[in-house]
Design a protein around this ligand. Structure first.
Ligand code: ATP
Length: 366
């Protein structure tokens, strides 16, 4: 890029504050450099200091939160969140294990622990703004290639294979052939279920999630459920709508759409549409994930449940039943449910009818 310094100042003016306080070399690193070179807007910033991250952060005087991770702090500068890490290098005692971490003497050592060349670049924020690019990331970025830094990369950390799907889907990049060969051999079972799940969730959080999962399946790293991709796309479309985004956890639904195992959604989607009263009772016993999947599979009644039936309320409440002599306990719930069913089915109108229906049901069973 012709004028990296100007691009950096323009994209992240808040870094001027850090530059003024920096006594040691400080670099913009990772995804922030990649996105700057691509001209993609980005909110969050990662910095690496060859020195003490906490000491640098303290000089701003702003609030700093120390992470549990090695030498990393989060600070707020002019309303922007910035992660500052101490430069470090890592070695892996066993495939998939957490790395042993030691401070690095220079930025190149820190870049050497990263996942792909396009994420292994740094720009010093000292105003000179030359690119530190020891692995040829800029060239790969121009050509749209994802390339690991060394042949053991996926053995050290197989979650990088999931990260590859994330970047490939988001940026439309392809794998370098040698990287692809090694990636196909990655063994996701050597990492903890939590770490694997965390990267799968990040992938599911992307706009291009269905493509990312399609790639993982093509690479032989996951097995999709039958019709999984179409279901993912239907779920992604569903969650464009605010009421769904509020009702169910999008990432979890997408992962379930991709990987299964199929649950109660298949039954919900294949059944005869229930009446409003039945539908509410049925839906209330189900997990929102299942309901979202069933809706994406075509169960229209769940849309009515979410946008209309669910919001039907009664004019009476439990106190009215207790005042009318119903003992506190399950009979009250039974009565209120009956009144609501009556309202949903259009058989009960207004407070008096609600109370009559509720009392009848509450007293109906001794
Ligand atoms: P995004 O653009 O989605 O925010 P990012 O590229 O900033 O993603 P992060 O997961 O936030 O990625 O990590 C920041 C940087 O740390 C990456 O760009 C990469 O250099 C490095 N990194 C993160 N996770 C790994 C990993 N598992 N192995 C190696 N390097 C990693």
């Amino acid at each position: 890029m012709a004028d990296l310094a100007a691009a950096l100042r323009h994209a992240h003016p808040e870094l001027e504050v850090v530059r003024k306080q920096a006594e040691e070399p400080v670099y913009l690193v990772g995804g922030a450099v990649r996105d700057l070179l691509l001209g993609r807007p980005r909110a969050d910033v990662d910095l690496v200091v060859v020195g003490d991250a906490a000491a640098l952060a303290q000089r701003f005087g702003g609030p700093a939160v120390e992470h549990e991770r090695f030498g990393t702090v989060k600070v707020e500068v002019e309303g922007h969140e910035i992660d500052i890490a101490t430069a470090r290098s890592e070695s892996y005692p066993a495939p998939g294990a957490l790395p042993v971490v030691v401070p690095a003497e220079d930025i190149d050592a820190d870049l050497g622990r990263r996942d792909f060349t396009i994420n292994a670049m740094a720009i010093p924020i000292d105003g000179e703004a030359r690119l530190a690019d020891p692995h040829g990331g800029e060239g790969d970025l121009k050509e749209g290639i994802l390339r690991i830094l060394h042949p053991r990369s996926f053995e050290d950390d197989p979650t990088r294979a999931i990260r590859a799907a994330r970047y490939a889907a988001r940026l439309g990049f392809r794998l370098d052939p040698e990287t692809e060969e090694l990636l196909r051999k990655a063994d996701l079972d050597t990492v903890s279920a939590d770490r694997r799940r965390a990267e799968l969730e990040r992938l599911a959080g992307e706009e291009t999630a269905p493509r990312g999962y399609e790639l993982l399946a093509e690479w032989g790293l996951i097995e999709l459920r039958d019709g999984g991709l179409e279901l993912m796309q239907a779920v992604a479309d569903l969650f464009e709508r605010e009421h769904w985004a509020q009702f169910a956890p999008r990432e979890e639904v997408l992962i379930s759409a991709a990987l299964g195992p199929p649950g109660g959604e298949e039954l919900l989607a294949s059944m005869w549409p229930p009446t409003p009263g039945e539908g509410v009772e049925l839906a209330e016993q189900r997990d929102p994930v299942e309901l979202a999947l069933a809706r994406a599979m075509g169960a229209d009644w769940i849309e009515h449940y979410l946008t209309a039936w669910k919001n039907v309320t009664l004019e009476i409440d439990g106190n009215d039943l207790v005042e009318a002599g119903i003992p506190e306990g399950p009979a009250v719930g039974r009565g209120l449910r009956a009144a609501r069913r009556g309202r949903l089915e259009g058989e009960v109108w207004g407070r008096d009818q609600e109370l009559a229906a509720a009392l009848e049901a509450a007293r109906g069973v001794a």
